[in-house]
Design a protein around this ligand. Structure first.
Ligand code: HEM
Length: 535
């Protein structure tokens, strides 16, 4: 704002005045009118009534009255920073995406990390999944990789997302608890949704209380498609690996920090960037073919499953460095709008039913959160390449197109934007056929094998943390039937874990008998995936 040092002095009534020394340091209204006095409203005489004509007062107060916008319906608490992505080499054999071709190009990025369940004012170190969203401002338009710090998700189908979030948010009648933890509605819901068991193991583990945002992995979770110049398709899963390694807090630390410094993670990130200690991640993919996918004993379209790295190793693509804090939290971190459907030529979706639902939800919610169909014009959302189309008008339109033509095809404007069949975005030509139905494939039904694999892969101390987390959470859950149901699921994951949690809860021998939806499989081939295979 004021570029010149102001002069400070005391006004007639003893109030402080800091006056501009030069024209560029002047305080103005939103209309650019210089303000003579920002301390006192316009009154009739020194002790008289205020005048409605005081446009300075009215403009200032009216704008203040409208400062708040709705917080995100999920992932409300977040922290973002600017940086760049640079690929290590050309990945042209996998994809034609421009930002993955030339190692000399630095693609600008904006990353936002978030908790899912808490409101905007909740503590940073709550036990929760962390959002890991990155906007790449590529030469072919914006690409958003909107992931989490856990490689799987609670549910298989987006139609259950509103229920999941209603269950995890504060109870509608009492508006507590704010944390995901210790929640009757949450545990009741997930205990009725066996597909959530794998994710629950992760959420009860130390992964859900990261030491630092700089020390978190990130995952795209769903299977996506890469398409190269020849039109060849490769399936991929995205991974972000932090250069500092992956570290967590222990629960007692997280609880103390939540009270002592609810801004712990954002302060850590901001300080590191200010100090030039730039956080860095490596972007990798697991790349595989439809034929390989068909041999896995799980379905790659099921977002509650990961692909073990023993089956498909990680292939490093490049690195992301965050090297600039935002200038303004609201303008950038609050107004940024990530959307899984923001893909660029060379990247495409899969039929993962959770992903397909997400493709609808984000633009829809942002229309109400940001209040205008023109929110792509907000600087943080604007692509850093030209935008040219015939979309017009709407609330808060700031673009000023010229000419009389707002349609295509047209022969009246030779300079008008035209389609580009060779270089434009094209979906992978995947043949699809079948009856309309509401069902889940048989290949989505094994809810316990990967939950068990995750638990078994933990060190003893980490297993004890999972058991402790479950016992703490279920101990706060007053509904005994919910605890019993959860113990029944835990028995199907690991008998020792169930026994440990039951002992801590004083409920040994009280687990419900849960019938798994399908036979519990241990690395046996699953049902044929033919209906999901690219012919
Ligand atoms: C926001 C990730 C599933 C709806 C977000 C954000 C992330 C994220 C990282 C915060 C973006 C930001 O920082 O601004 C994920 C992941 C999912 C998932 C990884 C599963 C794999 C879903 C589903 C839906 C959904 C199934 C709905 C059908 C939303 C909405 C927002 C959001 C409405 C708020 C967006 C905004 O206001 O800008 N999600 N999400 N998410 N997500 Fe998801």
């Amino acid at each position: 704002m004021a570029s010149k040092e102001p002069e400070s002095h005391t006004g007639a009534g003893g109030e402080p005045h800091q006056t501009a020394k030069s024209a560029e340091g002047r305080l103005t209204t939103n209309q650019g009118v210089p303000v003579s006095d920002d301390q006192n409203t316009l009154t009739v005489g020194p002790r008289g009534p205020q005048l409605l004509e005081d446009h300075l007062l009215r403009e200032k107060i009216t704008h203040f009255d409208h400062e708040r916008i709705p917080e995100r319906v999920v992932h409300a608490r977040g922290y973002g920073a600017h940086g760049y992505f640079q690929c290590y080499e050309s990945h042209a054999e996998l994809t034609k995406a421009a930002f993955l071709q030339d190692p000399s190009v630095k693609t600008p990025v904006f990353a936002r990390f978030s908790t899912v369940a808490g409101s905007k004012g909740s503590p940073d170190t709550a036990r929760d999944v962390r959002g890991f969203a990155v906007k790449f401002y590529t030469s072919q338009g914006n690409y958003d990789l909107v992931g989490n710090n856990i490689p799987v998700f609670f549910i298989q189908d987006a139609i259950k997302f509103p229920d999941l979030i209603h269950a995890v948010k504060p109870a509608p009648d009492r508006d507590f608890p704010q944390a995901q933890s210790a929640h009757d509605t949450f545990w009741d819901f997930v205990s009725l949704i066996p597909e959530s068991m794998h994710m629950l193991m992760w959420v009860m583990s130390d992964r859900a209380i990261p030491r630092s945002l700089r020390m978190m992995e990130g995952f795209g979770i769903h299977t996506f498609r890469f398409i190269n110049e020849e039109g060849e398709v490769t399936l991929v899963k995205f991974h972000w690996r932090p250069k500092l390694g992956t570290f967590s807090l222990v629960w007692d630390e997280a609880v103390v920090i939540s009270g002592a410094d609810p801004d712990f993670h954002r302060r850590d990130m901001w300080n590191a960037i200010e100090a030039g200690d730039y956080p860095e991640w490596e972007l990798c993919v697991q790349a595989f073919t439809e034929e390989e996918a068909a041999k896995f004993d799980f379905d790659v379209l099921d977002p509650t499953k990961l692909i073990p790295e023993e089956l498909v190793p990680l292939r490093p693509l490049g690195k992301m460095v965050l090297d600039r804090n935002v200038d303004n939290f609201f303008a950038e971190t609050e107004q940024v709008a990530f959307c899984p459907s923001h893909v660029v030529p060379g990247i495409d979706f899969s039929n993962d039913p959770l992903l397909q639902g997400r493709l609808f939800s984000y633009l829809d919610t942002q229309l109400s959160r940001l209040g205008s169909p023109n929110f792509h014009q907000i600087p943080i959302n604007q692509p850093k390449c030209p935008i040219a189309n015939f979309q017009r008008d709407g609330h808060m339109q700031t673009f000023v197109p010229n000419g009389r033509v707002a349609n295509e095809p047209n022969t009246l404007d030779n300079g008008a934007p035209r389609e580009c069949p060779e270089t434009g975005f094209a979906s992978a030509p995947v043949p699809e056929a079948g009856d309309k139905m509401r069902t889940r494939p048989e290949s989505f039904r094994d809810h316990y094998t990967q939950a068990r694999m995750f638990y078994k892969s933990m060190l003893e101390v980490e297993q004890e943390h999972i058991a402790g987390g479950l016992a703490f959470e279920l101990g706060k859950c007053k509904e005994l039937k919910v605890r019993r149901r959860m113990l029944g699921h835990l028995k199907l994951i690991d008998e020792d874990l169930a026994e440990n949690v039951a002992t801590k809860l004083g409920m040994v021998g009280q687990a419900d008998k849960i019938e798994p939806a399908a036979k519990v499989r241990d690395a046996k081939p699953s049902a044929p995936l033919s209906q999901y295979r690219v012919a």
